[in-house]
Ligand binder design. Sequence first.
Ligand code: URA
Length: 205
Amino acid sequence: MSAHDSLDKIALEIQQCQKCSLAKSARQAVPGAGNPQAQIVFIGEAPGYWEDQKGIPFVGAAGRLLDQLLASINLSREEIFITNILKHRPPNNRDPLPEEIVACTPYLRRQLLSIKPKIIVTLGRFAMNFFLPQAYISRVHGQAKPVRWEELDLLLFPVYHPAAALRNGQFMQQLRQDFQQLSKVINQKDQPAPPPPPPEQTSLF
Ligand code: URA
């Protein structure tokens, strides 16, 4: 596998993948979509019904909420890349199984190493736990955490899953606030690093 594994090549492999049984029950794979040079990657859990129909991530109800949240901080889908932990829909949208995560996440790893983002926004606990296996989303959501992952220096930004927010008003409120915080983190990242402080003046007299 080359360091410059292109996203198209990875997508083609995902479309042909038979490493777990989900490929049999799903209609099609959902490799991911967006800017191959994105500075920000959003990672969800797994395709749902509409994503499975269309082959595009976050196009159902949770996707419409995600679009609103992105618009609220002036981000468009063209600027970012969106993908999932699992690339095929689990039957009836059940949780991903550990063996499915093991089989599927090498594709995510290759996608990230190809894109080389600066910020990863994890949507929900499955995406968060891929990077921070011990973390609890209730404790860490809305906080940027610098991590060295593989060869990348990343800012991880965990938030609640939009589907969870659609079911629970408190999560919705948190998610909206967390996106405002994400906007600040993105703007800080865009600023040039401040110059180092001048060396201390030591008087010879
Ligand atoms: N939920 C996800 O986690 N991913 C999608 O693509 C859609 C819904």
